[in-house]
Design a protein around this ligand. Structure first.
Ligand code: FES
Length: 326
């Protein structure tokens, strides 16, 4: 289990709504080290059905001594976004020092930034950082319609013709194949958005023959193919079954039940929380970006922090992990 989280007291100082379904909350954070780092994220203590939980959100540009997040009220939310939407100036919680697993490399001659919906949150900070340093760049931004594009006005003012927006309701769509083909050999692409967009980008990037190290991505763990449902998980060797509520991750349910789990990102990116699947009676909603489809076929595993079962029972093997001594 990760122990290097540095928690800080955080007080809400401002809220706003940069898009119809996105709420931005700015916190004054005590003892915050360092300035804004594009692509970084912070953990925040939330309440879900009155019970404490931890959620992770990308931080967006804000003044020194503050952290700002922009959160979509997701219909499939496990409860974190609903809590964030209730916050008002003066409310207090705790947040961690931001960490970054989605950093700009600063080595490319040209950057392509790709945002899908609320996936704009890390991309917005990257666009500001690249523009401030005069880097060659282009950003493409897609959403169902303009009213759901947070920060579109700010980005338009910042990037001008370097920004192209695509509204699905107007029949517009990104042409990722053409965008990738137009990149110079040492160009890089950074993408954040729903799983479908990410998988399409990964596949087209691979087909283009470009090195995968030059496509960097981040996805939202609560963005699955199916709505959350309750299911049960049985750990091989342990004579009991653990219920996973619809508003809970499998990682949290197993940890609370005393099954030692290791994890790091809680976002389906690092693979540390992966456990082997022995059997399942329901469809598995894989929400990680760590395993490829081929890897899942060869060695069925599931990232407990984000992926889940659509009802029924999942039987897993946690490998070397043993139940905590009573
Ligand atoms: S903790 Fe990183 S993939 Fe689950």
């Amino acid at each position: 289990m990760k122990s290097r989280l540095e928690w800080r007291r955080a007080r809400v100082i401002e809220t706003s709504q940069p898009a119809e379904d996105v709420r931005m909350v700015t916190f004054a954070v005590e003892g915050l080290r360092g300035g804004f780092d594009p692509g970084s994220h912070s953990n925040i203590k939330v309440l879900i059905n009155g019970a404490p939980a931890i959620r992770t959100y990308t931080v967006i540009p804000s003044a020194p001594g503050t952290l700002a997040i922009a959160v979509k009220l997701h219909p499939n939310s496990r409860g974190g976004s609903a809590y964030i939407w209730t916050l008002q100036p003066g409310d207090e919680t705790e947040m961690t020092e931001p960490e970054n697993r989605f950093e700009l490399s600063w080595r490319a001659s040209h950057y392509l930034l790709i945002a899908g919906g609320v996936g704009v949150t890390p991309i917005y900070g990257m666009a500001q950082a690249l523009a401030a340093r005069g880097q060659s760049m282009r950003m493409i931004y897609g959403a169902k319609n303009r009213s759901l594009m947070a920060f579109a006005g700010e980005l338009q003012a910042l990037l001008g013709e370097r920004l192209a927006c695509f509204s699905q309701d107007d029949g517009q769509a990104m042409d990722l194949k053409a965008e990738f083909a137009a990149l110079p050999e040492d160009g890089e692409a950074y993408i954040c958005g729903p799983l479908g967009l990410l998988e399409a980008a990964k596949s087209l990037w691979q087909q283009s023959g470009r090195p995968m190290s030059r496509l960097r991505y981040e996805v939202f763990g609560d963005n699955g193919r199916f709505a959350e449902q309750e299911f049960s998980v049985r750990v091989a060797g342990l004579e009991r079954s653990v219920a996973v509520r619809a508003d809970q991750t499998m990682l949290d349910a197993l940890s609370e039940a005393g099954v030692p789990m290791i994890f790091d990102c809680r976002r389906g990116e690092c693979g540390l929380c992966a456990v082997s699947i022995l059997s399942s009676t329901g469809e598995i909603d894989h929400r990680d970006v760590f395993f490829s489809d081929a890897e899942r076929r060869e060695n069925p595993r599931i990232c407990a922090c984000v992926s889940r079962l659509c009802g029924g029972e999942l039987v897993i093997d946690t490998g070397y992990r043993q139940e905590k001594a009573a």
